[in-house]
Design a protein around this ligand. Structure first.
Ligand SMILES: Cc1ncc(COP(=O)(O)O)c(C=O)c1O
Length: 428
């Protein structure tokens, strides 16, 4: 065992890991483009973009320059009572690529905190107008993060069972498969008619952690319009779907309706530094303006508006404006579609794709996140130089957009090899 590993074993508590039974972690010492380099000299393709965050590939020189230049200017500064050029520039840049109804940007640290802020905005929006509304609607299967508010509105189960007694109550709609859409819209209408709902929160088009579960743009459009017709605030959690993942810059660009609040993180800084944004409409912002100080959004973090993260996010957004960015998304999406077609007609599989995300669900009885197939697949892929972290029985790819056709082919070959090893497909 290397000294890094033995020291890691002694001192480090890893996330989402049962350390007693988990294999030793990979020691990654370098990353470039879509490749991760391990201490022992092995190379791995970063098939899930380092927890879904890396969009341009690792070591992007434009992001490095932005970071260094910003460090020379200001590393960090308090963001209450102070502003700085990169926070202002980032706000302008983000607003310029979102629908025009958005007008104010609130800064936090990651996806979970972006969601916490959205919840606080929604509840306080009503509270400040002396019309408190206590209910919130979410979707079954949702994942919005690991802080308490975000856990409360996520799918309840073994991920958060020890804390469930502390959660606020939430109404859930079942996942909108095509056959359920009409019924769910009626169910939602009945709930909204109570006039008790502050907001509805959705992962638009794809529930990521649920297993890259996809639903129709038509349902997203209709439920958004319905909520808005009842004055219920609509929150889109685009933490995972943002920055081109679904083939459009944001999942909301697949529909014409717009939410009132959007949560952004992950690819916001190109996946280089932690940063969360909660973007709201002028109408929501105005509900916080008053003579009373208590009507302000009394929320903030030590690193709110961190200038280094803001500078890198600005540089990342500039990269998203280059034609290469769109071209790569289209190229990867087209390759995924070909791969999907090659797996069609296999009864033991369900293959889903939207943009640069493809998910292969191995149909199993009693399948869940801890499905044994997950550990087998994970190791199988590592042995072949692929870092793919399945969601239980669902193997998925959401690679950095720097991933070449050859690298994609290696990923597809690895997945087909695994499926063949389980006798789920033949003739690979
Ligand atoms: C849709 C969604 N929302 C929120 C989060 C939480 O983000 P973070 O892990 O940065 O706190 C995630 C993380 O995967 C996510 O997929």
């Amino acid at each position: 065992m290397s000294t890094i590993l033995s020291s890691d074993k002694k001192h480090v508590w890893h996330p989402f890991t049962q350390i007693q039974t988990a294999p030793v972690p990979l020691v990654i010492v370098k990353a470039e483009g879509s490749v991760l380099y391990a201490e022992d000299g092995k190379e791995y393709l970063d098939c899930n973009s380092s927890w879904w965050v890396n969009i341009h590939g690792h070591g992007k020189k434009e992001l490095k320059e932005a970071l260094i230049n910003q460090f020379d200017a200001i590393d960090h500064v308090i963001f209450a009572g102070v502003t700085h050029p990169k926070a202002v520039e980032l706000s302008e840049k983000v607003l310029s690529i979102l629908p025009k109804n958005f007008s104010k940007v609130f800064f936090s640290d990651d996806g979970s905190t972006a969601v916490e802020v959205a919840l606080k905005m929604a509840f306080q929006y009503w509270f400040n107008q002396n019309k408190p509304k206590k209910r919130i609607l979410a979707l079954e299967g949702a994942y919005h993060g690991d802080t308490f508010g975000a856990m409360s509105i996520s799918q309840r189960g073994y991920f958060n069972e020890p804390f469930e007694h502390l959660f606020f109550s939430v109404d859930y709609l079942p996942f909108p498969t095509i056959d359920k859409e009409t019924g769910l819209l009626i169910q939602a209408k009945n709930l909204f008619e109570t006039n008790e709902f502050a907001a509805i929160i959705l992962e638009p088009l794809i529930q990521g952690s649920a297993g890259m579960c996809m639903y129709s743009a038509d349902f997203l459009q209709k439920i958004t319009a319905l909520a808005k017709s009842f004055g219920v605030l609509v929150i889109f959690d685009e933490v995972m779907t943002g920055w081109g993942r679904t083939g459009e810059m944001f999942a909301m660009n697949h529909i014409t309706e717009t939410p009132d609040i959007v949560c952004l993180s992950k690819g916001l800084t190109g996946g280089v530094l932690p940063l969360g944004l909660t973007v709201a409409t002028e109408n929501i912002f105005n509900a916080f303006l008053a003579e009373e100080k208590t009507k302000a959004l009394l929320h903030g973090h030590s690193f709110t508006g961190n200038p280094l993260a803001c500078a890198v996010a600005c540089a990342s957004i500039e990269l998203t404006q280059q034609s290469k960015f769109k071209d790569n998304i289209q190229r990867i999406s087209a390759k995924h579609t070909q791969f999907k077609v090659s797996l069609e007609g296999i009864k033991s599989l369900e293959v889903r794709q939207l943009g640069t995300i493809i998910a292969i669900e191995i149909k199993q009885t009693n399948a869940d996140y801890f499905s044994s197939i997950r550990d087998e697949a994970y190791q199988y892929f590592l042995d072949r130089g692929l870092l793919i972290r399945p969601l239980g029985n669902i193997i998925f790819l959401n690679p950095p957009y720097s991933t070449t056709d050859e690298q994609l082919a290696k990923m597809y070959e690895g997945i087909k090899g695994f499926l063949a090893s389980k006798e789920l497909i033949f003739n690979i």
